[in-house]
Design a binder for this molecule. Structure first.
Ligand code: GLN
Ligand code: ZN
Length: 770
């Protein structure tokens, strides 16, 4: 019998219940015991829900209060000193101090946690928008089992009446995701780590577990021979440690390709395949998989929100069944459902045409159950699910809102990507059109989103104030921001982005082809959730979006006001994207929409336009071999968006991450006149990539770390500018903060920016004495 399975359920709960509980706990309004009770309630609700949907292998230990990688590190005793851990079970206080830094609270002091400890570093979980906390290990790291958490979860579910399938982050992937503080290779610790995993598994066997899911998504990465040998050794040892357990090794997020032979040779009971992103593996699996190996077929997309093509999925399942029978088959989502919202039924305001195309976690599990039934008993056993899928596919194919002929025509009519003239020519034109002092000062776009700003937007959205009242209030905020920027002497001003809730959603709400949800939350990290817009149809810009605000701001000042746009790659990266077109085609549509906005800003007298691309790097494929193709179209899309600017219009871009070395050639190929980057915290080290590449255009390395409430002094910013000046010719250097200021408070921003202007003036004076 084929089995309906799940790899992981979203943790945050409907209406973000977990976030609410965490926030209440952190602010002292909810006792730890009550937080844990709420977490247990969520787990039980999720188990019940999955069981009711017809899932036989329901996961446990897929839940985490903050992050599953952090949970794993805590379970293994990989905890740096100072965080109050004494060798036994890890307290919530210790775990949250690792996640968020210590705050000097009484509870922390009671738990022996030093004040002012930093949080662990956070980084993206593979190529998703989920962020995990990076475990820090040492050469002589010891691992101990502080607490058998998977066993506790399994027993909790058992007491609830359900024999679940515990999920563990596999030991090899755990080490691949960790970093060492002493330059040693974390993977060298594998042989000391494996016995601890062996003990976890032995405990699970004792508790009565049958299947255990070992997540090893590192199988979708470029691995070395040593990595592969570590996998082989590890699973030989784990199979020996718990001979009665059936281990299911799960790989996802891409094909295993050159790692497939290693995976197929592991002495485990089953292997999970991501057939959405890793379908290329299937033929080789069918040829080479040992007969007794269970295959878990990830046919339902766990990374996207579209209803499945049930017939195509069933055809894949049947193909496998024909070759191997259905005795050892599991039907599964491609990966954990952590990456999709929970329940489409909660969306009461979604356009019905769009809603009919979608499936969130709950709907995806119903699809899995229906496919399993259809595989065993034939399609009529799941007739309703197939009818709904057929209808949705047909509607999507025919919809005039999905397929806009004008957009298609425009895509083939080649508009120039990139500017008409080379940088040197543009630069001369811009010197005339935009008179600026040396080391011009500016900001990245947003100003503090105060209570008042957020209330205005909410009141407007809810109809409590009308358009005219809203516009008047926004104009007042803009006018205040302009007056204040002039007063402190900034050179290039911004309007402040008060009208924007979110830099992607704001544009998504104003472009065709986008839908936004009300409750479509997905965990980004810890209690932080995002509700990505959904790109479901061809994208076009029916009317100007930002022009009125920018033009109003410009009307108030003789200084240049910089228009603010979100770039096409970032919009793509931070949305759920339709799967019936290549991503690069969707990105090109977005680029053309932004291009129209650039043209209109320019026509309205805006001389500087910034096109933010903070997510450019995030789009990098997991495999090195796939990167050049991605970078080529991503750069091309930016150039297409910027291509509407005349020589005399200055195009800025902004990026806020730290690794430029491997993509510096592509950053240069964007050919923005000015790029601003985050450098304050690294004390300008990040400039290295630009210096050694001899980056040809202008650059604004951040001198003000906006992640901290601290107000930097004139001296320290002047020092940073001096460092930058020693490395980048002064006539190509700008002075700005690291990023937007929307998360800061005016009390910090005002003095910090005044100091920044003073620092720039001081260096200017040194450059031209007298
Ligand atoms: N212009 C945006 C802002 O200032 C840029 C944000 C970002 O880089 N993430 O908020
Ligand atoms: Zn930024």
């Amino acid at each position: 019998m084929a089995i309906a399975t799940n790899l992981g359920f979203p943790r945050i709960g409907e209406r973000r219940a977990l976030k609410t509980a965490l926030d209440a706990h952190w602010s002292g309004r909810l006792a730890e015991a009550d937080l844990l009770a709420e977490a247990a309630r969520l787990r039980a609700a999720h188990w019940d829900r999955q069981r009711r949907l017809g899932i036989s292998h329901v996961p446990c230990n897929d839940f985490a209060l903050y992050d599953h990688v952090l949970d794993t590190a805590c379970m293994l005793g990989a905890i740096p000193p100072g965080y109050g851990w004494d060798g036994g079970p890890v307290s919530c206080a210790t775990m949250f101090a690792l996640a968020r830094g210590s705050r000097g609270t009484a509870a922390e002091a009671a738990a022996g946690i030093a004040p002012g400890l930093p949080a662990l570093e956070m980084t993206k979980w593979f190529d998703t928008n989920y962020h995990y906390l990076v475990p820090v290990l040492r050469r002589d790291q010891r691992f101990v089992l502080t607490e058998n958490r998977p066993r506790a979860a399994f027993e909790e579910a058992l007491a609830h009446g359900l024999r679940t399938r515990p999920v563990l982050l596999g030991p090899v992937t755990f080490l691949k995701l960790a970093k060492s503080e002493d330059g040693s290779d974390p993977l060298a610790l594998i042989d000391t780590l494996v016995p601890v995993y062996g003990a976890i598994l032995a405990g699970l066997a004792e508790a009565g577990a049958i299947w255990v899911q070992m997540d090893e998504p590192c199988l979708a990465l470029d691995l070395t021979d040593d990595d592969r040998a570590a996998l082989t050794r590890t699973y030989a040892a784990l199979a020996a440690a718990a001979p009665k357990l059936s281990l299911l090794v799960a790989s996802y997020f891409g094909p295993m390709a050159d790692n497939l032979a290693t995976a197929l040779a592991l002495p485990v009971a089953g292997l999970h395949l991501d057939l959405v992103r890793g379908g290329a593996d299937l033929e080789a699996v069918l040829e080479r998989a040992p007969e007794q190996l269970w295959l878990s077929l990830g046919v339902i997309d766990g990374r996207n929100v579209w209803r499945a093509d049930m017939r195509a999925a069933l055809a894949t399942l049947r193909l496998v069944a024909q070759r191997r029978g259905t005795r050892r088959l599991m039907v599964a989502p491609s990966c954990s459902l952590l990456h999709v919202p929970i329940d489409l039924d909660a969306e009461d305001a979604l356009d019905p045409e769009v809603k009919a195309q979608l499936a969130f976690a709950v709907q995806k599990l119903a699809e899995i159950a229906a496919l399993t039934r259809a595989l065993e008993e034939g399609e009529p056993a799941a007739a309703a699910a197939f009818r709904a899928s057929d209808a949705a596919i047909e509607a999507r194919r025919r919809s005039a809102r999905v397929h806009d002929a004008a957009v298609a025509r425009r895509l083939v009519a080649a508009e120039r990507a990139g500017r008409a003239s080379p940088y040197a020519v543009r630069r001369a034109a811009q010197r005339l059109s935009i008179p600026l002092p040396p080391l011009p000062t500016t900001t990245i776009g947003s100003f503090p989103q105060t209570e008042e700003v957020r209330r205005l937007r909410a009141d407007h959205a809810a109809g409590r104030i009308d358009d005219a009242q809203y516009e008047a209030a926004m104009k007042r905020l803009i006018a205040e921001a302009i007056a204040w920027q002039e007063e402190i002497g900034l050179d290039v001003l911004v309007h402040g982005e008060f009208e924007r809730n979110d830099m992607v959603k704001y544009f998504g709400e104003r472009l065709t082809g986008f839908a936004v949800t009300r409750h479509g939350w997905v965990q980004s990290y810890g209690s932080r959730c995002v509700a990505p817009p959904i790109i479901w149809g061809d994208v076009a810009r029916p009317a100007p979006i930002t022009v009125a605000w920018a033009a109003y701001a410009q009307s108030l000042t003789a200084k240049p006001v910089k228009g603010m746009l979100t770039g096409p790659v970032t919009m793509l990266q931070w949305s759920f994207v339709r799967d019936d077109l290549p991503r690069e085609t969707v990105c090109r549509q977005l680029a053309l929409a932004i291009r129209d906005e650039v043209a209109d800003l320019q026509a309205a007298g805006i001389r500087i336009v910034q096109i933010d691309e903070p997510a450019l790097r995030e789009g990098l494929p997991l495999r090195r071999a796939d990167r050049p193709h991605y970078l080529a179209w991503a750069v091309d899309c930016f150039r297409l968006a910027a291509g509407a600017a005349d020589d005399a219009t200055q195009i800025h871009t902004h990026m806020c991450y730290s690794e430029f070395n491997d993509i510096i050639a592509e950053i240069a190929a964007l050919d923005a006149d000015v790029i601003s980057i985050e450098t304050a915290r690294s004390r300008m080290e990040l400039l290295d990539a630009f210096v050694s590449f001899e980056y040809p255009n202008e650059i604004g390395p951040g001198v003000y770390d906006i992640h901290s409430p601290r107000v930097p002094t004139v001296e320290e910013m002047a020092r940073l500018i001096a460092v930058a000046r020693s490395r980048i010719p002064a006539d190509r250097l700008w002075v700005n903060p690291d990023c937007g200021l929307k998360t800061r408070r005016w009390e910090e921003v005002r003095p910090a920016l005044a100091n920044m202007v003073a620092a720039a003036r001081r260096i200017r004076a040194e450059m031209a004495p007298g």
